[in-house]
Design a protein around this ligand. Structure first.
Ligand SMILES: [Zn+2]
Length: 162
């Protein structure tokens, strides 16, 4: 049975805010930071698994948002490939390594900007994505852009070194 609180909502807000402030200060102390570090080290497998699960669930949501199948009308798979393992998010007006948002931030970005996301991104199967890259020279464009400010000699020297 719930005992009715004798605090007014305003008082409760003040109490909670004060508790949060204390907690925030506590986290900053070196002892607490050391505790966090130890916890993360001891539970690293558990944390990695939970992150993996979270990323998979985000990926699932994004794929469903785009209709869960390849959006290319000329997809080689009849009715569009819907195998989740080969579906990829494609930046429609790609070129730019610098514009590329790393995963899982990209998933969050898409889910938070659902209105503009469909103009910026599409869901393609791996085949259609590579065909698009090849036809639009997207890979070459990116390399060209990245060496734009270097001399050609510098670029080749860099290639030899690597
Ligand atoms: Zn396709």
């Amino acid at each position: 049975m719930n005992k009715k609180s004798h605090w007014t909502p305003e008082q409760l807000t003040i109490i909670r805010e004060s508790q949060r402030r204390i907690q925030r200060e506590k986290i900053k102390t070196p002892e607490y930071q050391a505790k966090i570090k130890t916890y993360r080290h001891v539970n690293r497998t558990k944390i990695a698994d939970s992150q993996k699960k979270k990323n998979l669930s985000l990926r699932q949501k994004v794929i469903e948002f785009f209709g869960a199948k390849c959006m290319n009308p000329k997809c080689l798979v009849p009715n569009g490939c819907s195998d989740i393992r080969c579906l990829q998010i494609d930046h429609i007006q790609m070129c730019g390594q610098k514009d590329r948002i790393p995963i899982p931030s990209l998933y969050i970005h898409i889910l938070n900007n659902k209105i503009t996301a469909k103009q910026e991104y599409q869901l393609l199967c791996a085949n259609c994505n590579w065909i698009k890259r090849h036809e639009k020279n997207e890979n070459k464009g990116c390399i060209k852009k990245s060496i734009k400010n270097r001399s050609i000699m510098e670029f080749y020297q860099m290639k030899v070194k690597n």
